[in-house]
Design a protein. Structure first.
Ligand code: BGC
Length: 266
């Protein structure tokens, strides 16, 4: 029997969170630990916070999956919208392996949340085109087609009214500009309508901190596509990162599909 306990880490622009996860059930086995993201959000200081979280946990195998708020290709950060630009070109996996002594597998944070939603949450067993949008410091996205993830989509960076969409409609923008729910809901609705027009999704899932406030802006969303807040809410980033860590550690040659289910790990 393989050990299915993996540490999931969700690195965000404002907080870094971690918990041990059983990747078969998708359940967190421990309380979540959250530490502030150091500002400026630079590689060495952030890696030290991840190491601090890792020291709180003891688990066999020392495999760690890390969701990271950037384009991540081959373990390397390729963008830096809500973190310091010195991250660009840094091998996240190598850096975190060095400071934690763990085996590390890194992916985009919204992709991680999407994996959890598709494998264990509201997207489970849904075929067709499913898009998860995470609402937080930025707008993250994860695109699935028949359960397969198209990695590193950056729908929060499309242009909307001459602006980068996440500057127009993220949760951070709502707070900064003190928009009321109707104003912000209208902006977010424009964003989702744009996404709908381009992708014709079968389902849109909402994640990240902003999905917890769905009841306040639900009435301002007018789309043909069904929209639901992902039920794992902002734990999804941790759970999906752990799942990815396990997948990459044991089955890197398999596509990152979640349907009909990566439970068929044999
Ligand atoms: C980044 C994405 C990330 C999202 C949510 C955006 O600014 O470009 O890579 O997924 O924020 O953290």
């Amino acid at each position: 029997m393989r050990n299915t306990t993996v540490l999931g880490i969700d690195v965000g622009g404002s907080g870094i969170k971690g918990a041990l996860v059983d990747v078969m059930s998708g359940e967190m086995l421990t309380e979540r630990i959250r530490l502030e993201t150091p500002q400026p959000a630079m590689p060495d200081s952030m890696a030290e916070v991840v190491a601090e979280i890792v020291r709180e946990f003891d688990w066999e195998g020392k495999v760690l999956g890390c969701g990271f708020p950037a384009i991540v290709k081959g373990g390397v950060a390729r963008s830096a919208a809500n973190i310091h630009h010195s991250w660009i070109g840094v091998n996240i996996e190598a850096l975190l392996e060095e400071v934690t002594g763990c085996r590390v597998h890194a992916l985009n944070d919204a992709d991680a949340a999407g994996i959890a939603a598709m494998q264990f949450g509201a997207g489970r067993d849904i075929l067709g085109t499913v898009i998860l949008i995470t609402i937080g410091s930025g707008l993250g996205s994860a695109l699935f087609t028949d359960g397969f993830l198209v990695r590193n989509t950056e729908l929060g960076h499309i242009f909307l009214n001459g602006m980068i969409a996440e500057h127009y409609a993220s949760d951070a923008t709502r707070k900064q500009l003190e928009l009321d729910w109707e104003e912000w809901g209208g902006r977010f609705n424009q964003f989702l309508n744009h996404v709908e027009r381009v992708f014709s999704p079968d389902l849109i899932l909402l994640g990240g901190g902003g999905s917890k406030k769905y009841e306040f802006y639900q009435e301002y969303l007018h789309l043909d596509t069904k929209v639901i807040p992902a039920k794992l809410l902002n734990q999804a980033g941790i759970i999906g990162a752990a799942f990815f860590g396990y997948h990459q550690e044991h089955f890197p040659e398999k596509g990152l599909g979640v349907h009909p289910g990566l439970q068929d790990f044999e």
